[in-house]
Ligand binder design. Structure first.
Ligand SMILES: [Zn+2]
Ligand SMILES: [Zn+2]
Length: 385
């Protein structure tokens, strides 16, 4: 039944997605996006409240209050210039829905409409969370801190993310870690500058930085840590014949579980302090702890798998986590959760590019499928968990 209901919403979901696609907004400034989502909820007669400025939470009360399932969609775009071949373009220069959060929002609105029409049969409540700022400042944590997991208390959560590299409608899922913690770091090397002719009288921070880069290279293999460490900038000096006083390195350090994460931070910091001791200089190491890794609950995953089977959607079991991050991890830390991916790739409609590509393209046939899997997973959770 859910499949048929979602199919009948296809044109409406395409129109919602296209509207959102035109106005990508970021970091708690999703004003138009939030207004549009709230308008739709009003149209569907689903009451909502505001959380974390541009976040929206709606609750559908079922036939009893025994359990509550949370469905989350992120709503923000990216500061990326739209270079896609899709005929609907971003109307904000320099901004684009290149991670498919417009699709997530449309799918959740579709699921909301379906579940609201089934509310007299639901074995509990459904909490719909339209979350801002996933890409940058992180909207999940402030929403949780404002109490969105309470009243009614949430027992389990689902989130969907699009995957252009997977065939349209196929569900990718993985037990345990599925997304990494996307932490980053900054290293400021305080050397001793001077004339380029007399390096022996200086401590060249660029030489020191090169040594840090060499030690960081291959850190995953050297320490047997499932992680990714990438240097993304190395800056210092402004003159061809002078050694600068300082140089700065920045990079990203991604790990897939809390133990690896702790160990990785120690290794990165100890490496820097050993090099600082050797050169007898000060090196600042600033590690920026961002989102935790996304760790899926197996029981929640099995609900998604069964729901996908009911809907006739194929399933790909992933062997490896993605090294990208998602702040849905804050939900996973607090309630049993499943974060799964929905294929949106169809080369007969358009070339396939990964998420965050300025050429990102989605097969919109995936929209009713995304709405149906969210609605079905919610129903199945309330019936079985
Ligand atoms: Zn993204
Ligand atoms: Zn995303």
């Amino acid at each position: 039944m859910i499949k048929e209901m979602a199919d009948s919403l296809k044109n409406e979901l395409i129109s919602i997605r296209r509207q959102l696609h035109k106005t990508p907004e970021t970091d708690f400034e999703e004003i138009k996006t939030a207004a549009f989502i709230r308008e739709k909820l009003t149209e569907y007669s689903i009451p909502y409240f505001v959380s974390a400025k541009t976040g929206t939470v709606a609750v559908i009360h079922g036939k009893n209050e025994e359990k509550t399932v949370l469905l989350r969609a992120d709503i923000d775009g990216l500061p990326i210039k739209d270079e896609s071949n899709f005929h609907i373009k971003s109307e904000r220069d320099g901004f684009m829905h290149a991670c498919g959060h417009d699709i997530h929002s449309a799918c959740l609105l579709g699921a909301a409409k379906i579940l609201n029409s089934l509310k007299d049969t639901l074995n509990g409540n459904v909490k719909l969370v339209f979350q801002p700022a996933e890409e940058g400042m992180g909207g999940a944590l402030p929403m949780i801190e404002e109490g969105i997991l309470e009243n009614p208390c949430v027992d389990g959560a689902f989130a969907l993310h699009v995957e252009p590299l997977e065939t349209t409608g196929k569900i990718q899922i993985k037990d345990g870690s599925i997304m990494a913690s996307p932490d980053d770091f900054e290293i400021i090397i305080h050397g001793v500058g001077g004339h380029g002719a007399y390096p022996e009288k200086c401590v060249n921070p660029l030489s020191v930085g090169t040594e840090i880069l060499r030690e960081y290279h291959g850190i995953s293999e050297k320490y047997n840590l499932p992680c990714v460490v990438t240097i993304c900038s190395f800056n210092g000096g402004s003159c061809r014949n002078a050694i600068p006083d300082t140089a700065t390195i920045t990079g990203t350090a991604r790990s897939i579980d809390p133990i690896t994460r702790k160990k990785l931070i120690e290794v990165l910091e100890n490496t820097v302090s050993a090099i600082a001791d050797k050169w007898k200089i000060t090196i600042e190491f600033n590690f920026n702890v961002l989102f935790p890794p996304v760790i899926n609950n197996e029981k929640m995953n099995s609900i998604v798998q069964k729901s996908a089977e009911k809907l006739g959607l194929g399933i790909t079991l992933l062997n490896e986590p993605s090294m990208a991050g998602d702040d849905f991890s804050y939900f996973c830390e607090r309630v049993p959760s499943s974060y799964f991916k929905l294929g949106i790739g169809n080369t007969s409609k358009g070339a396939v590019y990964p998420i965050h590509s300025p050429k990102f393209f989605a097969d919109e046939d995936a929209l009713p499928l995304g709405a149906s899997i969210m609605a079905q997973a919610a129903v199945d959770f309330l019936d079985t968990f």
